[in-house]
Design a protein. Structure first.
Length: 94
């Protein structure tokens, strides 16, 4: 009886782990970094509409984007949802 309950608990943990959303890091995404009109820089992830940040320098914008991405990732994880997949980005010059 003890062993049956033990095995049942282990199987339950395995199933929960398999159902857990796949965690992605910012390295799995295309990041766009561009100058803004006011002399600052904007960094964003095109695949995640709300994942954007700005800074006085490119480094500052990138550091802010990392923090924004981590917060968004935690929200998706808390909701047991997967982050969107990366998208392909085309570059054109006007």
């Amino acid at each position: 009886m003890k062993y049956t309950k033990f095995i049942s608990n282990i199987l339950g943990l395995i199933v929960m782990r398999l159902r857990r959303p796949q965690l992605r890091s910012l390295k799995n995404y295309t990041v766009v970094l561009r100058p803004d009109d006011n002399g600052t820089f904007v960094a964003y992830v095109p695949a995640i509409a709300v994942c954007h940040a700005w800074g006085e320098t490119t480094e500052e914008a990138q550091a802010e984007l990392i923090q924004v991405f981590e917060m968004i990732s935690e929200e998706y994880q808390a909701a047991s949802e997967e982050l969107p997949k990366d998208v392909e980005v085309a570059v054109s010059y006007a």
